[in-house]
Design a binder for this molecule. Sequence first.
Ligand SMILES: Nc1nc2c(ncn2[C@@H]2O[C@H](COP(=O)(O)OP(=O)(O)O)[C@@H](O)[C@H]2O)c(=O)[nH]1
Ligand SMILES: [Mg+2]
Ligand SMILES: [Zn+2]
Length: 313
Amino acid sequence: MADTQALSGRVLRGINTIYDVATDAGTLRCLIKGKVLKTAGRSYNPIAPGDVVFVEPDPATPGTGKITALAERRTTLARWNRKGRASQVLAANADLAVCVTSTRSPPFRPRFIDRLAAAAEDGGLEVLILLNKCDLDCGEADLGRLDDFRRIGYRVHRCSAATGTGIRWLARFLKGRTAVFVGQSGVGKSSVLNALSPGLGLRVGGISARYDRGIHTTTNAALFVTTGGLEVIDTPGIRELLLAGIELHDLAFRFRELASLAPECEVAACLHEDEDGCAVRAAAEAGKVHPDRYESYLRVLAELRESGRSSHG
Ligand SMILES: Nc1nc2c(ncn2[C@@H]2O[C@H](COP(=O)(O)OP(=O)(O)O)[C@@H](O)[C@H]2O)c(=O)[nH]1
Ligand SMILES: [Mg+2]
Ligand SMILES: [Zn+2]
């Protein structure tokens, strides 16, 4: 081997341009070597938690090193970063996206789950919809919407970080998978992770009474390997989840129940808006597709088209 010092490792977290990388030689604090890393396309962040990288330890300063290369990603969970005008990878190589939502404070937002599930499936992740704060009341309409997620084939689980309900099941389900916890601020991502592994001691934020949404207390995504052997990525709260990099014609395939209907449309390149003989719209009108889901689909489609964020550019 030419370079006996090269080590491979996993990125735990990145803050600005400094990355903590877990290697066989311990966790190294690393900078990226050179100015840029070869990644496919322009990205808001070149490296994300869960990434596999190659590092050169710095013999002069123990505990530090330089990242020389990025391994190909198995999966990505990404969103469009409006400020940076680029796709932002929230987590790399995770197996499962745990889409955390709450009964209230903040209120249940199924449209957000639609987007999250679509983004996760687009990046090759399995989806678990986790309704936290089940110790608080949930409205009938919200429960109906959760049932619809089940009906169309998503796994839905209820839990409470406060009372511990559902946490043991979750721990068993997560075993052997790397899971990224995503959702709006204040739904209880960090609280659930603390309930799963009390040793983590993640900071938990209060709900601002004025806005009824969480104050951002988790500022950077980070990968944790718990003493119980779980691999979890905590992410900061997302206020607005914009999708990116999905071709307009592929979008219906990111909405499970639409995927099986799309091939039945009469127009070959149907986008399921107001085309004649559209099987998707007909199913929505007949109540076979939840009207909310169809609405989510139409909104995301319009956004992708207007902003040129589909991979057509
Ligand atoms: N009632 C109730 N409150 C919870 C539960 N889980 C978290 N919380 C509260 O919700 C707030 C936000 O929690 P946090 O874990 O910081 O949410 P995150 O922003 O998604 O990480 C905190 O005040 C928690 O104490 C729960 O299961 N039930
Ligand atoms: Mg948090
Ligand atoms: Zn159609």
